[in-house]
Design a binder for this molecule. Structure first.
Ligand SMILES: [Zn+2]
Length: 312
């Protein structure tokens, strides 16, 4: 087998194929530029192929990265959904706690003797139950859930503000009520038995005829401590005809108490006294048949039965 090119003057080259001595020689005439063009074509093909290969690899990488990204986004999304549900539950719980606070406040009011009916119209409005229906409906739409939480938080802010106002106004009322309860005569001035009650009774001196007894008598040895029956101010401490050594306390709210026939006075006019503070000692001074404490209560200057103000 032999190959040969025979140059010609023109722009063509002849390719001759000589198989052997007996066979016919085959010659192919080709343009001179063809081998160059073929080399260029092969080079171009190589470039295009390698570029395509590169692009394909790059796309594969991108696809792989995207898959990873989607996978991590799915994890984040799942975690966010969990967080949203937790927030929803938290807001529901806070709403419930706010309602519990109002109930607790009502209980405090009840304990100190403030009835709900005495609360203002505004307060009643504020104690309205909180609507949580919208929150209880769980939605798969995250955006909708977030909006629900936003609405709920706005409601919570409003509720917190009104609750604060309610607590402030209730606190003022409670303080006033506690001050009244402390001032109100409500304990026994001595821990001894009652020997004479309030009202009409037989004259203790003559044992004949009847007289009005304006207070309660308690038996007691001379020197037995006498306690103030409520917080107040001493408006009299000294001698009065009939009562002997007497202490009179003003408790405010139109209430005064009187402690008569004492052997000793331990407070002076103007002194502030606390409930259960010892103010005098039992004696038998004034119009008295024997050692005892004479105790009176007045409301707006009028005598009232002190038994109404004992241990309540
Ligand atoms: Zn008496």
């Amino acid at each position: 087998m032999k190959k040969a090119f025979k140059k010609k003057k023109n722009n063509h080259a002849t390719f001759m194929y000589i198989p052997d001595s007996e066979s016919k020689v085959v010659s192919v005439r080709i343009p001179k530029w063809l081998p160059k063009a073929m080399a260029f074509g092969i080079a171009l093909l190589l470039i295009v192929t390698s570029t395509l290969l590169y692009r394909t690899n790059s796309l594969n990488d991108k696809y792989s990265n995207s898959k990873q990204e989607i996978s991590s986004l799915a994890i984040i999304n799942s975690a966010q959904k969990g967080e949203i549900e937790k927030l929803q539950n938290d807001t529901i719980q806070i709403h419930q706690q706010l309602e519990e606070n109002i109930k607790a406040l009502d209980q405090i009011k009840e304990i100190v003797g403030i009835k709900k009916s005495t609360t203002s119209k505004d307060e009643n409005k504020e104690v309205q139950p909180i609507i949580t229906d919208t929150l209880e409906k769980k939605s798969d739409n995250s955006l909708q859930q977030i909006n629900q939480i936003k609405t709920s938080y706005r409601e919570l802010s409003t509720q917190l503000l009104s609750q604060r106002q309610l607590i402030d106004s209730s606190l003022t009322t409670v303080k006033k009520q506690v001050a009244f309860l402390n001032a109100k005569p409500s304990i026994s001035p001595v821990n001894t038995r009652v020997t004479a009650s309030y009202g009409t009774r037989k004259n203790p001196f003559t044992n004949r005829g009847s007289e009005f007894h304006p207070g309660i008598d308690f038996a007691g040895e001379i020197g037995t401590p006498v306690k103030a029956t409520g917080d107040g101010v001493v408006i009299f401490s000294g001698w009065q005809s009939g009562y002997g050594n007497v202490v009179i306390l003003s408790h405010g709210y139109g209430l005064t108490t009187l402690y008569g026939h004492n052997s000793k006075l331990l407070v002076k006019k103007g002194d502030k006294v606390k409930k259960a503070q010892i103010i005098s000692k039992i004696g038998s001074t004034g119009r008295s048949t024997g050692p005892h404490l004479h105790y009176e209560v007045r409301l707006n200057g009028n005598l009232v039965n002190p038994s109404k103000y004992l241990n309540n």
